[in-house]
Design a protein around this ligand. Structure first.
Ligand SMILES: [Zn+2]
Length: 180
């Protein structure tokens, strides 16, 4: 683990600085909005390292057992999406690849790879903020969860903190386009 940096110190590599601040939800109400706020904060960390601002956390028994953000560019690894990294962390944390009782919170609908990995990890529930009609595979572009032969099905909740997470993504791409 790299050393923690002071909260407001930008980790920006070369991209546009992130104009959004992290949010601090009450620890007392651990609902979907609470965990999605933590995923949103991961998205801000992604932006601060000049990555597409997508974040994920995994909850088990009311606790966060994994938190990650997209690291595709910094790692040079096409599989380094927030969800994949979080699934790996979660499995390590509980010592079991089966995440049957866990909920994945992610700021954007999972892509084909991440939707597949989430199914293969037998995650109980997926909560996502923003639908992705191009690449989303849990209802946006297609729905892997609806494959009739698959014997595990995810419970899905859509649209939690949608506006906030969408604003973060849209602002990032707008500023990147201006920069280009
Ligand atoms: Zn993905």
């Amino acid at each position: 683990m790299p050393e923690a940096t002071p909260m407001d110190e930008p980790l920006t590599r070369n991209g546009p600085p992130c104009p959004f601040e992290k949010v601090f939800p009450s620890q007392l109400v651990r609902d979907d909005a609470f965990f999605m706020a933590l995923a949103y904060n991961q998205g801000i960390d992604a932006w601060r390292s000049d990555e597409v601002p997508i974040g994920a956390v995994i909850e088990l028994g009311g606790e966060v057992i994994a938190a990650a953000h997209n690291r595709r560019d910094s790692s040079g690894d096409p599989t380094a999406h927030a969800e994949i990294l979080a699934l790996g962390q979660a499995a390590k944390a509980i010592g079991d690849w089966r995440l049957n009782e866990a909920t994945l919170y992610v700021t954007k609908e999972p892509c084909p790879m991440c939707s597949g990995a989430t199914l293969m990890a037998r995650v109980k529930r997926v909560v996502y903020a923003v639908s992705d009609p191009k690449m989303g595979c849990l209802g946006g572009a297609t729905d892997l969860n609806a494959l009739p032969q698959v014997n595990h099905h995810l419970l899905i909740t859509r649209g939690v903190l949608e506006q906030e997470c969408l604003a973060l993504l849209q602002a990032y791409f707008q500023l990147k386009r201006k920069e280009a």
